[in-house]
Design a protein around this ligand. Structure first.
Ligand SMILES: N=c1c2ncn([C@@H]3O[C@H](COP(=O)(O)OP(=O)(O)OP(=O)(O)O)[C@@H](O)[C@H]3O)c2ncn1[C@@H]1O[C@H](COP(=O)(O)O)[C@@H](O)[C@H]1O
Length: 115
């Protein structure tokens, strides 16, 4: 899979997430999250963030990155469900990251403090 193909994964996942808003929640995990509402989705984002942090600490010790990749995928997925619930998608985040290409992290931090 090329780098562009991998970016297509985000676009395709965003499309599927949008479609699942209309799905039957007996058949779709994403639809069931939307039905449970934003608080449930945020609970999952928080849970997956903690699991990612723990997996990263384990990876540092073991040298095995498989679990941290798996947990990060769960975190990204649930973050995309959160954005979808709020009417946004991955492209909004990609645009924000692209906007930062010409800016150092320190400049970006200084510009944030002006908001
Ligand atoms: N990428 C994912 C994906 N990653 C993780 N998960 C689900 O996220 C959940 C992870 O939560 P946990 O490990 O905490 O599992 P859990 O204990 O069952 O969760 P809770 O009971 O606490 O809610 C599991 O049910 C995983 O199956 C995902 N579910 C769906 N997708 C994508 O979303 C698409 C639509 O899914 P459906 O809506 O189910 O058709 C799929 O085709 C996939 O492309």
């Amino acid at each position: 899979m090329t780098a562009t193909d991998k970016l297509d994964v985000l676009a395709e996942l965003s499309r599927i997430l949008e479609e699942r808003k209309e799905s039957d929640d007996d058949k779709s995990y994403v639809a069931s999250l939307h039905r449970k509402g934003l608080n449930k989705i945020l609970e999952k984002v928080g849970e997956e963030a903690v699991e990612t942090v723990l997996a990263a600490k384990d990876a540092e010790t073991s040298g095995d990155n498989r679990d941290v990749i798996y947990e990060t995928a769960d975190l990204w997925f649930h973050s995309l469900v959160m954005l979808s619930h709020l009417g946004e998608d991955a492209s909004a985040v990609l645009s924000e990251l692209a906007r930062r290409f010409d800016m150092s992290g320190l400049e970006e931090k200084a510009s944030r403090n002006k908001h």
